[in-house]
Design a protein around this ligand. Sequence first.
Ligand code: NAD
Ligand code: TYD
Length: 353
Amino acid sequence: MRNTLLVTGGAGFIGSNFVLQQMLDESWFIINLDKLTYAGNLHNLEGIAADRYQFIHGDIGDRALARQLLEKHQPGAIVHFAAESHVDRSIRGPEDFIRTNVDGTFALLEETRAYWSALLDDRRNRFRFLHVSTDEVYGSLGPQDPPFSEITPYAPNSPYAASKAASDHLVRAYHHTYGLPTLTTNCSNNYGRFQFPEKLIPLMILNARDGKALPVYGDGKNVRDWLYVEDHCEAIATVLRRGRPGETYNIGGWNEKPNIEIVQTICDLVDEKLPQAGRSRRELITFVKDRPGHDRRYAMDARKIERELGWKPKATFETGIRKTVSWYLENEAWVRDVTSGSYRQWVATHYSG
Ligand code: NAD
Ligand code: TYD
């Protein structure tokens, strides 16, 4: 029987990077279940080996579809990326976040439990459900607080973070109550190719390229811990292979930076690659009204995954951000495709006034 991996949300930013990486590194047959919301993009997966990959257009909340996929393809593991993922959108309209992140994860867990319960011994023991989550479930740190560890109490502040926290709790309960062999990863902010340009780094690269204002929320001193997406994907693969069922693993880049510093670095790299005589992109930086409830600082203690599973990030911020800026400047067709229609509408609504 072939070794099948069911990935949800594999047309999004991290999911598509993960699928491409797994196609190179492992012998999986990959089924990618994705609803193709505004954040899903099949162009990310162009050129993938068709004999080892199948795309299914659908919603994780569609239980009949999930049941049919599980019965037909008999996956040995599920990696669950599918989610609504943008904090600002969750503030403007939380409903989709509850529907997909909470109800959708619940539906997927229920169908997975039914499928897994009926597996025979060896396949049942080896099956894994890996839930991809975020550091935002832990809330906000003060300047001197130690970074979040796996035992930091949950204190989600945005509707996005609350919906992810709820899904984490469901996953935990399915292990504790039913013995479902789950793994949960909580990761810090990712950056790299294929990230939808509503998020800080690609938004700033494209605005800097186009000479548009660079909208920094509040005083620009909010701190995030940035991890290059390929390192995150390798961490997920490591946890999938060697993680202990029922455990959670924090993943981070050991790379805390205030937003303003990120934006200045992007300005300098865009200036280097597309110089404008006598002008610096830093002049485009504009401080705008802060995000409501904006978490001040995130930082991850990623020692457990290093100690137990031997994973640590390979990319430095300097190498990762350079590759990322180059990728966005060199992939005009991809950028044009995702920045049409609804993207323009989001930017116009969100940044007006
Ligand atoms: P993304 O928004 O780029 O992609 C999400 C994908 O899920 C899209 O392809 C979308 O079409 C799909 N999707 C949404 N709703 C769906 C549904 N109901 N059914 C099926 N598919 C659906 O997100 P991302 O940045 O790639 O994040 C992936 C996962 O990683 C999320 O669970 C997110 O919470 C988590 N995460 C993200 C980051 C980050 O920095 N981006 C950091 C830590 C954790
Ligand atoms: P974002 O990429 O939305 O990720 P998250 O909110 O999940 O951490 O934002 C990263 C940081 O950048 C966050 O502190 C908010 C800030 N930010 C801005 O200052 N301006 C912007 O236009 C955006 C989108 C984000």
